[in-house]
Design a protein around this ligand. Structure first.
Ligand code: 3PG
Length: 332
């Protein structure tokens, strides 16, 4: 790639065209251990190749070395929950941008990326509806004894408590309200009460208050140093009789021992999670139908979410290379 601009540009478009032409050989790697739907891959290819770049696909890889090999000459990378560690970043000599096609970017080592000047982005909101639908489906599944015999209960009239009122939390709240649930929410990062008021959602001011009223607690906090292991014994014990914890966020935010202790002491409590915790087998043996964990993360596993998030990721990469757009950068 030449480093000296050979002439001055009369028009802005000429400059853009010139720099775009410099980038023609760039390789965009889609590295997905859990692959996108074909429609999403086709759409990503169209965007990437339409911009004049090459697309490389690494799907269903089973070993870290496959990822290390694939990133070696990649200029950009699209991932899902794939772990972009310091080792992966060190192996990616040409890497300029990583886009996590999804919301949570706890799988990307931001510090390692920033040290190398690599831009990291997510695609907020693009798979939120899929996750929100799963959360509601999980509530019904638990209310109806995991679709086995016995008398279940209904969601209508119950209190749905939303922990973190972001893109997914809002959608879960709206769907719950449509089913006749009373929706309350807690989000320490939203200071404007109107955000809750416009949705007809009751805002509570502490996490303790939220759990204490939750027939269903839908968890939407990210996995950070502050939140990891933060949902455990005390919060579960404070929940009303027959309450269900629904986790479509991250397994890391759960204090698994604490939850196990609470569910052992209180035989009315239920826990459903996407994705299965480390104590999955123990939970299954001890708690039977009061527990369910998906074997793989299912929240964003819809064709629509794959297309929305995958195509957004591809567009963001092209927009970054062509226009320098960093709107969705998370390591600023
Ligand atoms: C997200 O953070 O966007 C979701 O957890 C989806 O993760 P996935 O792309 O691995 O399904």
């Amino acid at each position: 790639m030449p480093t000296i601009v050979p002439y001055t540009f009369e028009k802005k478009e000429e400059k853009k065209e010139y720099f775009t032409s410099l980038m023609k050989d760039m390789k965009i790697l889609v590295a997905t251990e859990k692959p996108f739907a074909k429609k999403a891959v086709d759409g990503i290819r169209e965007i990437v190749e339409g911009a004049g770049y090459q697309l490389a696909l690494l799907e269903k890889y089973t070993d870290k070395t496959q990822l290390l090999d694939a990133v070696a000459d990649a200029d950009a990378m699209i991932v899902r929950s794939d772990k972009v560690t310091a080792e992966v970043i060190a192996a990616a000599r040409n890497l300029k941008i990583v886009v996590r096609a999804g919301a949570g970017y706890d799988n990307v080592d931001l510090e390692a990326a920033s040290t190398r000047g690599i831009v990291v982005m997510n695609t907020p909101g693009q798979n939120s509806n899929a996750v929100a639908e799963l959360a509601v489906g999980m509530m019904v599944y638990m209310a109806r004894n995991q679709f086995t015999s016995g008398t279940g209960t209904e969601l209508a009239g119950k209190t749905l408590a939303i922990h973190a009122y972001g893109n997914v939390g809002k959608l879960v709240g709206r769907k719950g309200a449509a089913l006749g649930m009373n929706v309350v929410a807690y989000d320490p990062f939203i200071t404007d009460p109107k955000v809750f008021e416009t949705d007809g959602v009751k805002k509570v001011d502490s996490v303790e208050e939220l759990y204490a009223c939750a027939d269903y607690l839908s968890l939407h906090i990210p996995a950070t140093e502050q939140t990891k292991g933060s949902i455990g014994y005390d919060l579960l014990m404070s929940m009303p009789k027959g309450a269900t914890l629904v986790n479509t966020a991250r397994k890391e935010v759960i204090d698994e021992e604490g939850v196990a202790k609470a569910m052992t002491e209180r035989e009315d409590l239920k826990y459903i999670t996407d994705v299965a915790p480390a104590l999955h087998t123990e939970y299954g043996e001890k708690f039977g139908k009061r527990y369910f964990g998906t074997p793989k993360k299912m929240g964003a596993e819809t064709a629509e979410a794959n297309v929305n998030a995958g195509l957004a990721a591809a567009r963001q990469i092209v927009d970054y290379f062509v226009n320098g757009n960093v709107k969705f950068q998370v390591n600023k």
